[in-house]
Design a protein around this ligand. Structure first.
Ligand SMILES: *Cc1c(COP(=O)(O)O)cnc(C)c1O
Length: 393
């Protein structure tokens, strides 16, 4: 081994010693209710394909048709070689879905975050983040160079104290702009942000708000429009972000907002400007996913999803999120529990630091509308048998 690899190897060894090493697990089937892992068929409780659309015939057909009509590749950045029609169709549909003036799609949700935040705020400004926001937003905030403050998860009092502090700061020439960023449904806990109250605060302090609806889009609210829409506050949120890769069954990220915001991002979001457009098949599949999610079939699928979730946690959660954490705490214990479940035919990921805090390891159980009642009942009894009572959030 050369010095470079030796150095990296020692860092990997340190991860292993702390039970934080991760490796890819190859699967030889589509994402769905069942996956084929190392020749073993497992019931899949790991994906964010909440509506079960990743392997849906309509999405696959739309992708194939887009390949036939628009080819496999997209040539360059949309600003350089022309912007393929499927992206425009998808963006018009997203704007209509979110009831905003316009939308812009990115290669991923991660790219949407790191393109958008640094375009909108800079080192003269202040970003206030919920403690549990996704890595893409943390990285985007760092990249922007803005001063960062973190408020305790969903803690309105702490948010207000950060807002009060921010309003006492002076910038280089003008008062710093203040942007709050949060998720709507949180990715690892499945709980929801108090968006009505956050909107009231940000209006009061003249701050801007960015809400990441990655886990709510397609899942929460009327027609799956998300948690902001369900709370009736969409129109007050400057930047509504989401992904096409979770409930919508395809891949890509998006930002919805005013026509001015979108025009601005086309000019200034570096992950959009300097990156080859995604393949047209991805946009076509996402559009098909969006059509299903916002249709009456979408309503039926969502009803089934909350039935599965409530069946598992034995209560009516009211929150339509499809994420149910089973808290374990210790990293090794979480890994052992995941392994024991795999031996019983279930694929449930152990989520550890740095995805969640140290000592807050958990199994992250996610439901897909294509699960059967029996799958969920058997998972619950396997957990009981493994002497792990459900401490669900
Ligand atoms: C998954 C996720 C993203 C990133 O979206 P991708 O399309 O997967 O890159 C952003 N924010 C949250 C909260 C997420 O869970």
């Amino acid at each position: 081994m050369n010095a470079f690899d030796l150095e990296l190897q020692s860092r990997l060894d340190a991860l292993r010693a702390r039970h934080l090493h991760r490796a890819l697990r190859r699967i030889d089937s589509p994402q769905g209710r069942e996956i084929q892992v190392d020749g073993q068929r497992l019931i899949n409780f790991s994906s964010n394909d909440y509506l079960g659309l990743a392997d849906d015939p309509q999405l696959k057909h739309a992708a194939v048709e887009a390949v036939e009509r628009f080819g496999a590749g997209s040539g360059a950045s949309r600003l350089v070689c022309g912007s393929l029609a499927p992206f425009h169709q998808l963006e018009e549909a997203l704007a209509a879905f979110k009831r905003t003036e316009a939308a812009l799609t990115f290669a991923t949700g991660f790219a949407a975050a790191i393109g958008t935040l640094p375009a909108v705020v800079d080192r003269n400004d202040i970003i206030i983040l919920d403690k549990l926001v996704h890595a893409s937003i943390v990285d985007a905030a760092k990249l922007s160079g803005a001063r960062m403050r973190v408020f305790a998860h969903n803690d309105l009092g702490d948010l207000e104290s950060k807002l009060r502090w921010a309003s006492s700061q002076s910038g280089v020439s003008v008062r710093p702009r203040v942007l709050i960023a949060t998720e709507s449904v949180f990715s690892m806990d499945g709980d929801a942000a108090p968006l009505k109250e956050i909107v009231a605060l940000k209006e009061n302090y003249g701050a801007w708000l960015m809400v990441d609806e990655a886990h709510a889009t397609g899942v929460c609210g009327n027609g799956g429009r998300g948690w902001a829409d369900a709370q009736g506050v969409s129109e007050f949120i400057e930047i509504q972000m989401g992904t096409l890769g979770k409930a919508l069954g395809a891949s890509g990220g998006f930002v919805c907002g005013s026509r001015t915001l979108i025009d601005y991002l086309v000019n200034r979001a570096r992950s959009f400007v300097f990156s080859t457009a995604p393949v047209p098949a991805a946009a076509a599949a996402a559009l098909a996913g969006l059509k299903i999610a916002s249709s009456s079939r979408g309503d039926t699928i969502r009803a089934r999803l909350s039935q599965l979730k409530d069946g598992f946690s034995k209560r009516d959660s009211k929150m339509p999120a499809a994420i149910t954490p089973v808290m374990v705490g210790d990293e090794t214990a979480a890994l052992n529990l995941a392994t024991a479940l795999r031996d019983r035919g279930f694929f449930v990921p152990a989520i550890r630091y740095p995805t969640v805090a140290r000592g807050a390891a958990r199994l992250r159980v996610t439901f897909t509308a294509t699960h059967k009642d029996d799958d969920v009942e058997r998972l619950a009894s396997a957990l009981a048998e493994l002497a792990h009572p459900l401490h669900t959030a």
